[in-house]
Design a protein around this ligand. Structure first.
Ligand SMILES: [Zn+2]
Length: 207
């Protein structure tokens, strides 16, 4: 049996995912993205890790606590700078203001993001919320770098196979030509996989 990507125990929830490599290059003043598709990878998550993640995401506060602390510290540093240097030193005053704004925006956007995720999960039927949380566990633990490129993954699931390539492009932040290629690969390789796993990828295998 496959091993959980998070804890290493036997895992029943499996995903096949297509790797996307994104390189950010500075071209004159603009930043450009160069993308390529990698191989398909198999990931597995145990029920306990998926359930723990789901519980955290549903409770919002526990899930975003780490981010709240980070942005809270930025906010606090900004307040301290303002308290000490306000009107006395322009540079530190500006720095303090920037930190306060950045901290506040961070706290507000993370809270909104957490609430939205919780709302989405609550609206999912059956095992879908658990599988969605399991995919978040994969995203958290899967390799994120290959040389200088950032790695992201597109899961091959019935949901992603139903997506049009424009939707895949937006959802997985792909360049248009890469989205077309990804769409083809997900459908071709996806059907190869079906023979092996009978469409069980991205869903829980029968014990
Ligand atoms: Zn686990």
């Amino acid at each position: 049996m496959e091993k959980c990507i998070a804890c290493g125990k036997d895992a029943k929830i499996t995903f096949r995912a297509l790797e996307v490599q994104t390189l950010h290059v500075r071209d004159l003043d603009r930043e450009k993205r160069v993308q390529a598709l990698g191989d398909f990878h198999d990931f597995a998550v145990c029920r306990e890790c998926a359930q723990t993640k789901l519980d955290r995401e549903l409770s919002v506060f526990r899930e975003i606590l780490g981010s709240l602390i980070r942005f809270g510290l930025v906010l606090a540093a900004g307040i301290v700078l303002l308290a000490v240097f306000f009107m006395r030193d322009r540079v530190f005053t500006m720095l303090g203001l920037a930190a306060v704004v950045c901290g506040l925006i961070g706290v507000i956007s993370k809270t909104a993001e957490g609430r939205e995720r919780s709302r989405q999960l609550k609206a999912m039927k059956g095992d879908k919320a658990l599988l969605s949380a399991a995919w978040d566990v994969v995203k958290l633990h899967a390799p994120k770098k290959y040389q200088d490129s950032d790695l992201t993954y597109i899961p091959v699931t019935p949901d992603t196979r139903r997506m049009k390539n424009g939707d895949i492009m937006i959802e997985y932040k792909l360049l248009p030509e890469i989205a077309i290629k990804a769409y083809e690969m997900i459908h071709q390789k996806g059907s190869d996989n079906q023979k092996r796993s009978d469409d069980q990828k991205g869903s829980e295998k029968e014990a």
